[in-house]
Every structure is written in C-alpha cells, then in structure tokens.
Design a protein around this ligand. Structure first.
Ligand SMILES: *Cc1c(COP(=O)(O)O)cnc(C)c1O
Length: 472
C-alpha cells in the first residue's frame, strides 16, 4: 500500500468510524451468531497475492460485523464496561502510527516520561499517598500477577527468583470468596499453587470479614505456613462490594503480609471525593491496580499499577542482558523492569489525551452521572413487588432478580436465567449474571461512556415486560 493509497483509505475509515459512533445504538448489543459461523466464512488458506483494501472492508462489514458484540452501545449493561471515547480513539491512531516499542527509556524517551507523569496524575486523582509509583500494564490480571510475584519474592527474601521454588516453604495468599478469578490464575502460575489460596468468607454485604481473615492467618502460622499476600478488592466483580481496607491492612501490618488492592472497576470512582472512604486505610497498601480501560473512557488496554516500594517490584523483574545495557540505566525508568512483558505500547498517550480532553472535573461529572443513574435504577426496581435487589448498590452496578409469587427457589433461578437469555437475544440490551447465595442474579452496570437515564429507563421497561410475559 502506497502512502497515497493509505491516505485515501484512512480518510474513508475515519468516515466509517464516526458513522459507527453515531449509529452504535442501532446495532444489536450482543451478537447472535452461532459457534463456527464466522470461522466457516473465512477462507481456509491465506491469499497468495495482494488484495485491495476495499475487499477487506467489504468482508469486514459483511462477515465480521455480525459477529461483534457492541461494547460501546449505551445499552451494554453486562460485565463491566470497556469504555472508549473519541479522544482515546484519536490517540490510539497516533500510537499505531508511531508503532513505538516503549520497553526502555532509550527506545522512546517521551513514552517513558509521559507514562511516568501520567501515573503521577492518576495517583493524585485517585488519592493514593505520594510515595506510590506506577507503570501502565496491559491488564489487571497481569498487574495482580506482578503483585503476587513481588510478594512472593519479598516473603522468600528473593530466593525463589534466584534458586527456584524449593526454598519457598508453603506460601499462603488470602482473598475473599468474591474476589476476581485473576487472583486464582496468578496464584496458579506464580508457583504458589491454587491449594494455597485461602478464600475468606464475606459478610452480608459481600465484603471480606476481617475476623475470618485473622483466624485463617493464625491457623496457617500454627502449621508453619507462610502468609505472603492478602488481596483486598475495592469493587468486586459480582456486586462491587468494598473490602474494609483499614481492618485488613492492620492485620497485614501485624503479620508482615503484602497487601494488594484490586480496584479494577471501582478504582475510577476514587476520583470523586465522596468515594474516598473506599480507600480508608490506604497507608497499609503495598500495591494497587485499577483499569482506566474499564470505566475511565480509555481504550483497552490501559491498567494503572501502583506500588509503594518500586525497588521491590524492579528487583523481582529485572534482568540485564548485554543488548539492554544503556548509558541512562539507573537515571530513568526502564519500564520493562516493572512487569512481565519486554515490549510495551505507548499507552501513556491515551491517558494524556483522555484526561486533557475531559479534564478531571469533566471525568467526575460523567462518573457521578453513572452512579446517579444506578441509584435511580435501584429505586425503580425497589418499587416493584415482584423484583428484588440482591446486594447494596455501591457505585454503578445493580444486582437484582425477578421473584414472582408462587414459585420455589429453583424455579425462580430458572426463570431469571431464561429472562437473561431472552433479553440478550433481543439485541436491545445486554446483561450478565452472577450467583449470590445460590440465587441467579442479574447484573446491570450503568457505566458505558454514553449511557443516559433514558437508556436505563427504557431497558427497565423491557426487563419488566419480558419478565412478566415469561410465564403468562
Ligand atoms: C475486570 C476485573 C479484573 C480483570 O481485569 P483485566 O484487566 O481484564 O485483567 C480483575 N479484578 C476485578 C475486580 C475486575 O473487575
């Protein structure tokens, strides 16, 4: 493709992109293709000769688009959002064009220094203490793996990195039974082992019970096991429950245990002064992760990972082959030492673009609005006697179910599952579910970039109507 051809196609693409953003509401939110449908439409062998870009676009529109679920549709209420925004998309275009590898300072000084400054901006915005430093990771899962590896090394005095796991003894990691599966994955692959992940039971509000945590730690110490890390969550995936950081932190401090905080979704709400209570006990935190790529209008991938002791993180990850020795080493941040991958995208630019375009007050307005409409939704649900709310509404997630009279628990579970599928199959909205105390629970997240109260009201009407027609 020549530069002139590129220019022509790029202009056409921008038209496509703007049109998509204007029309995204008209696409079915959840794709309804069946397994294998897309795969079968793509040739079994790659083309031997050049094809025009237009034929790619034709297939993109005809084959690919029907198999896309539209996360940027404001009627996307499932999981947690993966928000984009125009300033984020524009900066992604620049990032793709530069194609920089931002593994060390020297390979693009601007990327390293902008990333360093953006992490300072974010730290101030969410209210972490000034000693914290951070790096952008691809995902919260990777950041949590980095945290567990660092905790593991601290607990073993950096012996495992050097000599292998035989020196470890039995390390133990603690989290609540509502914690995201990324913790279990990290415990598996960092060599601590799934059997050494202790799931602490939760209170009625689905937050970790610190008394139960304390008991578990005492028991493990009696058996000469080594408590290594506690993962507390600000905003669990199931219900956005907030674990009590101060109580958990005190236990960690007493027992010399690493405290990692997973705030992947709800961390964005910390930019609001009225949500700073979630971070009470912040002085006990060793590492902290949140995802601007969820609720802060920044394209995936962009995970902010903060540590109190950057030295311990770097000591865990650094290796120094000859080809990476530079004259600036030690004077600048070489972010390849701050996590698993060597190669890194220029992700700081997205944050710069988003934060400057909205301004911190603009971001606060949007987040507040999302939280307000979740509150309004929960009021609408509470008014109906054949629906119930199943968890406290903390930020922008409402957990509820349909409970018509005359049905037993099993039937109600089956009915709600059917309701969820029927709603999603309609293409008009997309909900996901969880199970809370044995109850099939619908989750509705009001945090998509462009969601409004009107979308939520319309969705709620459809939910009521669909539910009540299920058994009539
Ligand atoms: C989404 C989520 C994760 C995983 O995030 P990735 O960036 O996709 O790895 C981890 N923890 C919580 C609480 C989440 O909501």
């Amino acid at each position: 493709m020549t530069p002139d051809e590129f220019r022509k196609h790029a202009h056409e693409l921008v038209e496509w992109m703007a049109g998509y953003m204007e029309n995204v509401e008209n696409y079915p939110v959840k794709s309804s293709v069946v397994p294998g449908e897309i795969f079968r439409k793509i040739p079994d062998n790659p083309p031997a000769h050049s094809e025009p870009f237009n034929s790619l676009m034709k297939d993109f529109n005809e084959i690919i688009m029907p198999g896309i679920s539209h996360w940027q549709n404001p009627n996307f209420f499932a999981y947690f959002p993966a928000n984009t925004s125009p300033p984020s998309i524009l900066s992604e275009m620049l990032i793709a064009t530069l194609g920089s590898q931002c593994m060390i300072w020297e390979t693009s000084p601007a990327a390293a220094e902008l990333e360093e400054k953006m992490m300072i901006w974010l730290r101030k915005m969410i209210g972490l203490p000034s000693g914290f430093e951070g790096a952008i990771q691809d995902t919260a899962s990777t950041a949590t793996l980095a945290a567990l590896l660092t905790a593991r090394e601290k607990a073993s005095n950096f012996l495992i990195n050097n000599e292998g796991a035989e020196h470890a003894g039995t390390l133990k990691v603690y989290c609540s039974d509502q914690t995201h599966s990324s913790v279990e994955k990290a415990v598996k692959i960092c060599g601590i082992g799934r059997e050494n992940l202790v799931k602490i039971s939760v209170k009625e509000d689905f937050s970790m019970d610190p008394e139960k945590l304390k008991e578990a730690i005492i028991n493990d110490k009696k058996r000469r096991h080594i408590p290594c890390c506690v993962v507390a969550t600000i905003g669990t995936t199931g219900t956005t429950a907030v674990d009590p950081l101060r109580a958990i932190g005190e236990i960690c401090r007493e027992n010399d245990i690493w405290l990692h905080v997973d705030a992947a979704m709800a961390g964005t709400a910390l930019i609001l002064p009225e949500f700073q209570w979630m971070l009470d006990g912040r002085e006990y935190i060793d590492s902290f992760v949140f995802n601007p790529h969820k609720w802060m209008f920044t394209n995936f991938d962009c995970t902010a990972y903060f540590v109190k002791d950057a030295g311990a993180l770097i000591k865990t990850f650094e290796v120094l082959p000859e080809y990476l020795k530079t004259r600036t080493r030690g004077k600048v941040n070489d972010y390849r030492d701050w996590g698993v991958p060597l190669g890194r995208r220029f992700r700081g630019l997205k944050l710069w673009s988003v934060i400057r375009s909205y301004g911190t007050e603009g971001l606060r307005d949007k987040i507040r609005y999302h939280i307000r409409i979740a509150g309004q939704l929960s009021k609408m649900i509470s008014k109906e006697t054949d629906f119930e709310i199943l968890a406290p509404v903390i930020v922008s997630l409402v957990c509820f179910r349909y409970i018509p009279a005359g049905y037993n628990e099993d039937q109600i579970n089956a009915l709600n599952e059917k309701l969820n599928h029927q709603l999603n199959d309609s293409g008009k909205l997309y909900l996901s579910h969880t199970v809370l105390n044995g109850k099939y629970t619908l989750r509705m997240v009001t945090a998509q970039t462009n969601v409004t109260l009107e979308h939520v009201e319309k969705a709620w009407e459809l939910i009521k109507k669909t539910a009540r027609s299920l058994h009539s």
